[in-house]
Design a protein around this ligand. Structure first.
Ligand code: PEP
Length: 248
């Protein structure tokens, strides 16, 4: 079980450069008061290097929202894992539900990306989660566990130490509807179980919940035994809402 809560901001395609730098600075100031917490900002590619300059002496870690699965080459418009390392990233998000939905990313491409990112020395936050339709058909665990199995195929036991899972029910992302802490806990427990099997015994891979996390619900979510942290979209765009999440 993870000891340090992990609080992650996913800024998606928001903020001007100036806003991003100011917000990062404000987050770093809040994080400084909570040395027992891990804070990560997943920012747009083009802001990563300037953000690295602002964050390099802070405890806030930097991550990209995506990468390509090839190392380098003629892939116009794509970004490689080693490039993310060059600009100061230690983390990368893989297969966020918006990438699955709008860019047709699959568990198979997620698997290639995860392996590439690990080879490049990045920590990976792999996103899984069911749609509303799948939940209503009682397919939640089946869907999430196959996302895990297919996305993590071929990883070594030690790779699981460079991994975090973000469980994000698609129907709860950006909708204001969050899973109840008990619903989240149930899925997290199933994920924990399967991770232990897939990794041949690693118990430390953190499992984060995502989907309309806000200052009002952070405490009850973090109180669940298998919720090790949160991945936050909308509420991560303002210090007034992300500050209290970091300091929950
Ligand atoms: C997300 O995009 O990872 C997310 C959880 O978004 P929101 O917090 O806005 O639901």
């Amino acid at each position: 079980m993870m000891k340090k809560p992990l609080l992650a901001a996913n800024w998606k395609m928001h903020l001007t450069l100036k806003e991003a730098l100011e917000l990062a600075q404000a987050i770093a100031s809040v994080a400084q008061k909570y040395s027992e917490r891990n804070v990560i900002i997943f920012a747009p590619y083009v802001y990563l290097y300037p953000l690295h300059e602002v964050l390099k002496n802070s405890q806030v870690q930097l991550g990209a929202q995506n990468l390509f699965y090839e190392n380098q080459g003629a892939y116009t418009g794509e970004v490689a894992g080693f490039m993310l390392r060059e600009v100061g990233c230690s983390w990368v998000l893989v297969a966020h539900s918006e990438r699955r939905q709008y860019f047709h990313e699959s568990n198979q491409t997620a698997n290639l990306k995860i392996k590439r990112a690990l080879q490049d020395g990045l920590m990976v936050m792999y996103c899984v989660g069911e749609t509303l339709e799948q939940r209503e058909e009682n397919l939640t665990e089946k869907v999430v566990l196959s996302q895990l199995e297919e996305g993590l195929r071929g990883l070594s036991s030690s790779d699981f130490q460079s991994l975090a899972i973000a469980y994000e029910p698609v129907w709860a992302i950006g909708t204001g509807k969050n899973a109840t802490p008990q619903d989240a806990q149930k899925v997290h427990e199933a994920i924990r179980h399967r991770l232990a099997e897939l990794s041949q015994g690693q118990k430390d891979t953190p499992i984060l919940y995502g989907g309309s996390v806000k200052p009002e619900n952070i405490k009850e979510l973090m109180a669940m035994p298998d919720v090790d942290g949160v991945l936050v979209g909308g509420a991560s765009l303002k210090i007034d809402t992300f500050g209290p999440i970091v300091g929950f």
